[in-house]
Ligand binder design. Structure first.
Ligand code: 13P
Length: 247
């Protein structure tokens, strides 16, 4: 049985004082869960989040990083910088980064490799646009994104990669994929991994659903055969609501 992983993606929200309060409120609400709980917070909140999460079962992730080790890349943050303060996870290739910041399948692949080099665990996002879905291309798009993201990784690295299937039309829109559509999309991602890395590896990969997940739809979504939890945006900004999703 794969574990369930519930990750919050705060995007560009929350100040340090709000981060401290949030984790103080969330920790007692999720302390008994058997699911894995991750909060992916803005760079400026990382240090505070890590301090507040000490001694709890809440793990902390970043939302992006550069693939280079260091150098003249003004405004960027390196894998080592995250690792050095004990960040555990990093979101890579979120659709908002692909859409607004020129992230490509190639940079996504480089970033995943760079993350593993320093021991960070990547949460890699894939997903189709509404036009792609309506044109019947969703499966092709997400399986290709998956293949290109994982290119050159070892089986062990693939097993330690979390994939988040986030249909772009469902992000922040209140529209959720149906349970079956989300499950089928995730199955197609898993089948692609079977094709390249074999059944054993594919069985071990955590694949989440993301896109307007909230406490009223999470139970059904996460009960589907192939959905191993969620990457939650808006609903991860309120401790009580997020704790219900974890629950
Ligand atoms: P929402 O849950 O706000 O739709 O965001 C999903 C998302 O992009 C998580 O990474």
């Amino acid at each position: 049985m794969r574990r369930k992983v519930i990750a919050g993606n705060w995007k560009m929200n929350m100040l340090p004082n709000e981060t401290l309060k949030f984790i103080e409120d969330l920790a007692p609400l999720v302390k008994d869960t058997k699911n894995e709980v991750i909060l992916c917070v803005p760079f400026t909140d990382l240090f505070y989040a890590l301090l507040a999460a000490q001694g709890t079962n809440i793990k902390i992730g970043a939302q992006n990083m550069h693939f280079e080790k260091n150098g003249a890349y003004t405004g960027e943050v390196s894998p080592d910088m995250l690792k050095s303060i004990n960040v555990e996870y990093v979101i890579i290739g979120h659709s908002e980064r692909r859409q607004y910041f020129n992230e490509t399948d190639e940079t996504v692949n480089k970033k995943i490799k760079a993350a593993f080099e320093v021991g960070l665990k990547p949460i890699v996002c894939v997903g189709e646009t509404l036009e792609e879905r309506e044109a019947g291309k969703a499966e092709e798009i997400i399986t290709t994104q998956t293949k290109l993201a994982l290119e050159g990784l070892s089986n062990e690295q693939v097993e330690n990669t979390i994939i988040a299937y986030e249909p772009i039309w469902a992000i922040g829109t209140g529209k959720t994929a149906t349970n079956d559509d989300a499950n089928n999309a995730i199955k197609s991602i898993r089948e692609k991994i079977v094709e390249i890395y074999g059944q054993n590896t594919a069985n071990r990969v955590i694949i989440q659903y993301g896109g307007s997940v909230k406490s009223t739809n999470s139970k059904e979504l996460f009960s589907m055969s192939d959905i191993d939890g969620g990457l939650v945006g808006g609903a991860s900004l309120k401790a009580e609501e997020f704790s219900k999703i974890v629950d």
